[in-house]
Design a protein around this ligand. Structure first.
Ligand SMILES: C[S@@+](CC[C@H](N)C(=O)[O-])C[C@H]1O[C@@H](n2cnc3c(N)ncnc32)[C@H](O)[C@@H]1O
Ligand SMILES: [Zn+2]
Length: 365
């Protein structure tokens, strides 16, 4: 057994994650999740950590937020053993209830009981979404992780179609499409129960997608089809896209907003607390989110420059140049060399050509 510290808690963990899962790289996600619940400012919330593994999230919610009840569930007997050990080591026995149950059975026996349901599975959350929709109640919140990014973002279109029933293909803005796809899938499951969603915070890293949503009883499912051109990488939700090439109709995916920026600022503020060890990365990500345009999709400047056989200009220069021409342009959280803009691909190409500086000549040998 080994011991580690995260946030304000001490965690007892097995030597191998094969025994009971614990991923230190997900500390960032747990920091943001704790700061998210703090920023909501709910009074005495009840939280469900549906797939709790060693209980890292559940114990942190209990210790670091105002949660009065935290349910930590896992199907694995060994996991529940570690949850119990971590609950008593951190003296949160009165708040946390550990249970060993299949996730769907757990949800179906705890309907409408939670203010926040956190789902953090291996791979796809899709297998739990029908029961989740039945369990959820209006004015509560959801945190959903997915690690099957290749399927969700259309890098593996066949898996995406089989698993989610959504038509996608590989695009250059695949990370955002993965996020929009996951939100859309959750929205359509909830709609069957006459519930709707408001996305509050959505992000994608190398290996996972994470979305935070508010559930409401009144609203609209904003999922829609979008159009993609393989030739110039133009992506749009507009039915009469402005691209002159052949475009594929894909989706449906979430076409609405991805964040509540006021809440994002509150999360940023909570992340200043010194026990958030990943606050540097988390704050950088949230600052990118709060300053990015709400324009859907993005363009990868590096890839476009490569296709034009030009040097990649600094992203800031492209943004400034496009704005000078009256177009909107910002960086994006999804990729360091990409921009969100209402410009057409040919406008961006034009700017890249203008900004292209000759490569420094190698001195003759
Ligand atoms: C990725 S881990 C959870 C990690 C944890 N949330 C954290 O932040 O450390 C997924 C967990 O789900 C559990 N699990 C997998 N399928 C399940 C099911 N159908 N019902 C309940 N638990 C399940 C596994 O035992 C594993 O512990
Ligand atoms: Zn095109």
């Amino acid at each position: 057994m080994k011991i580690t510290k995260e946030g304000l808690v001490t965690l007892y963990l097995p030597d191998s994650r094969k025994e009971v899962f614990y991923n230190p790289d997900m500390e960032l996600s747990r920091d943001i999740s704790v700061a998210f619940l703090q920023a909501l400012g709910l009074k005495n919330p009840a939280v469900c950590d549906l797939l709790s593994a060693a209980g890292a999230r559940a114990v942190r919610y209990a210790k670091e937020t105002d949660a009065v009840k935290v349910f930590a569930n896992d199907a694995s007997e060994d996991a529940v053993g570690y949850i119990k050990k971590n609950v008593s080591a951190n003296k949160v026995d009165r708040k946390v209830t550990a249970s060993r149950s299949g996730a769907n059975a757990f949800l179906s026996s705890h309907k409408k009981q939670f203010d926040l349901i956190d789902i953090d599975p291996f791979g796809s959350p899709v297998y739990f979404l029908d029961e989740l929709a039945k369990c959820a109640r209006p004015d509560s919140y959801l945190g959903v992780t997915a690690t099957d990014c290749g399927a969700l973002s259309g890098i593996f279109p066949k898996t995406c179609s089989e698993r989610y029933g959504i038509a996608l293909e590989r695009t250059e803005c695949f990370k955002e499409i993965g996020v929009r796809n996951l939100i859309g899938v959750v929205a359509s499951k909830l709609e069957k129960e006459k519930l709707f969603i408001i996305p509050l915070l959505s992000h994608a890293t190398e290996h996972y997608i994470r979305i935070f949503l508010k559930i409401v009883s009144d609203g609209k499912n904003l999922s829609d089809y979008f159009y993609h051109c393989k030739k110039c990488n133009y992506c749009t939700f507009e039915k009469k896209g402005r691209c002159v090439h052949d475009i594929a109709k894909l989706g449906p995916i979430w076409a609405g907003g991805l964040h509540d920026k006021v809440l994002c600022f509150k999360i940023l503020d909570k992340l200043k607390q010194p026990y958030f060890k990943k606050s540097g990365d988390a704050r950088r990500m949230l600052l990118n989110i709060t300053s990015e345009s709400e324009e859907p999709f993005y363009y990868n400047i590096h890839k476009i420059s490569e296709r034009l056989s030009k040097n990649t200009p600094p992203v800031g220069d492209i943004v400034r140049q496009l704005r000078k021409s009256g177009l909107s342009a910002t960086r994006t959280q999804f990729n360091d060399t990409s921009i969100k803009t209402d410009a057409m691909p040919e406008d961006i190409e034009k700017v890249i050509r203008i900004l292209d500086k000759p490569r420094s000549q190698k001195p003759a040998e």
